[in-house]
Write a protein that binds this ligand. Structure first.
Ligand code: UT7
Length: 336
């Protein structure tokens, strides 16, 4: 017998407002055909003006805690992954904690962008194995819509992103057999040499005292900048490699995996990864068609949607991989 962790609850929330590719066509020179062909995206959710990232997280967290059969008082840590926080500081996890009216516990915000959820899962697993925590709420939540360049110049990025939140509860468990529900392994990587291939430059302390000025606004440095082709190439290679590592290090045959939950940046990236590893397409569960890229939220939203669709059930072997800004990339293997 060993002490490990397992996912005991899952929840997600997306704002009600749907923006189809045809709605985006009204804002900038693009087309449903281009977006679908290059990315697979058909629609995304965008928040109304007065909604914050922690508001989305509240809804997803409540569902995950309830789904775990727990109450907010059973949670002893929050890990919050986002690149679109409510404010510069404190971290959005503290705002979530206050909104959920939780007692004093440890709260940790992490920044690993599209890999944020898997980094968070690894941190949760390690805290639980260290014996200091029992039930950790791990949240990925993003509001991209408020920070996109919605003019024609921003079309290469703006069409790709949506708003949403996903949450899981990671709980202490006894592992007696490999088929028991538990997190099997996780592998985390980053290579900051590529930090400026996908980034949000300003405002920032790397600039002058004012952090942002008129010239920088005119240059549109307040919007995400991306070298899409290079990100695409690295994403396919790194996701396939890190997923291969998870399987090989655990002695798992790829055919024994029941479902693959990949980060949702581009349907073509996920198809390419499946092709490299010879994974049958029907085993890869994608949600990008409906929600676009919600960064740290894509994997927990995918888990929740897969459960609702009857494609993710207790006892299944799940493999996950993600890649994003940093560059950061990661994988995880678990028994649901
Ligand atoms: O979460 C992790 C972060 N993100 C990613 O993983 C994204 C990775 N990259 C990608 O998914 C792809 O690179 C994109 C979908 C972003 C772009 O696809 P692409 O095939 O690499 O297109 P491209 O950037 O090379 O652009 C091709 C053409 C260009 O026109 P010209 O120069 O060939 O005349 C662009 O101006 O498509 C044009 N274009 C668009 N056209 C219509 C770029 N964006 C759009 C658009 N609508 N939204």
């Amino acid at each position: 017998m060993s002490i490990g962790s397992r996912i005991t609850g899952v929840g997600s929330y997306v704002p009600p407002k749907v923006l189809t590719n045809f709605d985006i066509e009204e804002m900038m020179e693009t087309s449903d055909e281009w977006i679908q062909q290059r990315t697979g995206i058909k629609q995304r959710r965008w928040v109304e003006e007065n909604v914050s990232t922690s508001d989305l997280a509240v809804e997803a967290s409540k569902k995950a805690i309830e789904n775990a059969g727990l109450t907010k008082d059973d949670i002893d840590m929050i890990i919050f992954a986002t690149l679109s926080p409510d404010h510069d500081f404190p971290g959005t996890g503290c705002f979530l904690q206050a909104k959920l009216e939780m007692p004093a516990i440890s709260v940790l915000d992490i920044r690993q962008q599209c890999s944020g959820f898997l980094y968070g899962l690894s941190i949760a697993d390690n805290f639980i194995k260290a014996g200091t925590h029992k039930n950790i709420l791990l949240v990925g939540a993003e509001i991209h819509s408020k920070g996109l360049d919605k003019t024609p110049e921003g079309r290469n990025v703006a069409v790709l992103f949506g708003d949403g939140a996903g949450a899981v509860v990671v709980s202490r468990t006894e592992v007696n057999s490999p088929t028991d529900s538990h997190i099997i392994n996780h592998f985390l990587y980053a290579d900051g040499a590529h930090a400026k291939e996908l980034w949000l430059p300003a405002p920032g302390n790397a600039f002058g005292a004012e952090r942002i000025n008129k010239a920088m606004l005119d240059e549109k440095l307040q919007y995400p900048q991306m070298n899409g082709r290079n990100v695409f190439i690295h994403a396919t290679k790194c996701m396939a490699k890190v997923l291969g590592e998870a399987l090989q290090r655990s002695g798992t045959d790829i055919n024994d995996v029941d479902i693959f939950l990949f980060h949702q940046a581009n349907l073509r990236i996920n198809q390419k990864v499946a092709e490299i590893l010879q994974i049958p397409e029907e085993k890869v569960f994608n949600t990008i068609q409906d929600f676009a890229n919600t960064t740290a939220a894509t994997i927990p939203i995918g888990m929740d949607e897969a459960i609702k669709a009857g494609k993710l059930k207790p006892g299944m072997l799940v493999a996950s991989a993600a890649f994003g800004s940093g560059f950061t990339w990661a994988s995880a293997l678990w028994r649901q």
